[in-house]
Design a protein around this ligand. Sequence first.
Ligand SMILES: [Zn+2]
Length: 122
Amino acid sequence: MPASDDVLTALVEFVARTDRYEPDAPIHTELDVNGVRLTVRAPVARALAEALRAYHDPRDHGRCDHCGSHQMDANFQCRECGRLSGLFGQMVAERLDEYAEPTALPGQRKLPAGSGDVPHGG
Ligand SMILES: [Zn+2]
C-alpha cells in the first residue's frame, strides 16, 4: 500500500471514529486527499491537532544536555558531541570520575592485560 493510501485510510478511520460522538457538530474544514474529500467537523479537527501534537517519533531520544542537539542515540549518547546525556549519562560520568584502578593485594602479581583469571593449559 503506497504511503498516500495509508494516510488516506488512517484519516478516514480517524474521522469515522471521532465523528460518531458529535455527528451534527459544525464543519471546520474539508480535506482533499488524493481526490477523496473528507469533511472534518470541529471535534475531529481538535482531536486531529491533539493527536499530531502528541506524536512522539521513536527515533527522538531528546535533546543533549551539553550541546542542545537532537542527535541522541538509544543509549542517550550524543552523536554531535559524544557525551552521555540525561540522568543515566550523569550517573555514568560520575562513576567514571570516581573510578580508580584497583591496587594489587600483597603477594598478588599483576597479570598482563587481557589474560583474565582463567589458567592457561599446557
Ligand atoms: Zn551533545
